[in-house]
Design a protein around this ligand. Sequence first.
Ligand SMILES: Cc1cc2nc3c(=O)[nH]c(=O)nc-3n(C[C@H](O)[C@H](O)[C@H](O)COP(=O)(O)OP(=O)(O)OC[C@H]3O[C@@H](n4cnc5c(N)ncnc54)[C@H](O)[C@@H]3O)c2cc1C
Length: 385
Amino acid sequence: MNIVVVGGGFAGVKAALELAKRHVGKITLISDETYFLHHATLYATATGRNTAESVIPLNVIFADYPAVTVVHDKMTAFEPDRKMIRGEKKHYGYDALVMALGSVTTFFGIKGMAEHAYGIKSLAEVRKFQDHIHEEVVNKKLDKEFFVIGAGPTGVELAGALHEYLQSLIKLHRLKGSRARVTIVEAAPRILPRLSKTASKIVSKQLEKRGIRVLVNQKVQALDDDSITIEGNKVSTRTAVWTSGVANNPFFPSHQEQFHLAPNGRVNVNDYLEAMPNVYVIGDNNTVKHSGMAWPAFDQATFVADHVTRKIAKRHLKPFVSKSAPCGLPVGEGWGYVEWHGVYAAGKTGAWIRRQMELYGYKQLVAPKLAREVWRAHNIAEIDV
Ligand SMILES: Cc1cc2nc3c(=O)[nH]c(=O)nc-3n(C[C@H](O)[C@H](O)[C@H](O)COP(=O)(O)OP(=O)(O)OC[C@H]3O[C@@H](n4cnc5c(N)ncnc54)[C@H](O)[C@@H]3O)c2cc1C
């Protein structure tokens, strides 16, 4: 069987690995990047920690899987009638296709946001942010307010790490008199709006205790080179990081005649995660409950590998059952918050559980020894600006 998997992220990599373990045939993994990006640690890579915990080359992941061929290409067109997907370099025929293209950032049309905001969703964005901080230090400009826009888990973990990073840079470079301060802004009435009220309360308190300003119920209206406008107030800043707003990968809206999209732009799939016969759409791309997080992406990938294997063996087919995943976030080093099914842990225990969750994630993708190496890279500071 010829199986094409598109996307070298959580869902695509896991699907290719699980298919290879089941010896179902020839697998081609196509991605527009040559590496797997571990989003959950990008906040740390952006604030002086080692890139190795966030970036794993795809050829390293698949080194011991001869059934998997890794191809670097960007998919642009789809011809299901001919069982073919086209890239910028080549076209690829398939017997089964697994699509896991992930999501993209959306700025909700806020004036100047796309042009002036920094981001931490891709390696290129992280590099740009690192360069900016470097420039600010060289030019001794760490004297302003740094804004993190959006207080979901990504915004909160970035705010915590950025605060610690700025303090360490001020000390290291003797930037006496620097008034650098981090402010996190959220349009909803509370931070972490998708987590429990307990999470909002405890984490808010922890952010403020560390000297981070928390603004809720405040809409950012515009951003330019040296200022941000929040609820009509213009405040001077040279750094605002956008962590809000995700939309489905533009591949799907540009193929609306082939995919059935929900109002939120994600792809509707059947009980077997198929958008059409033998075309599986998984991870952030579909409307399945709990999609949008890493562990549900792993679950869907494993399901598809099992489903394809059952189909080949003409065994009974089981529908996919979606499971929730714990949500964990660090606030600086040594403090974290994790919650799952109404139970939570905060403080050192929360930080420890969150670190174990990361290790578990790496173990889903690489051998245990490499997983530990990558995981331990978190403790190595990389940038000495
Ligand atoms: C900053 C950040 C922090 C996060 N933190 C957490 C967390 O702590 N816990 C958690 O559970 N979830 C977290 N998430 C969400 C989690 O990362 C996603 O749910 C997960 O990545 C979804 O996996 P995926 O495979 O669907 O997409 P992705 O992992 O994004 O993979 C998509 C892949 O497709 C490739 N691709 C895209 N377009 C094309 C194309 N046209 N052709 C070929 N290849 C293409 C991309 O390069 C990428 O390799 C975070 C996300 C972000 C952005």
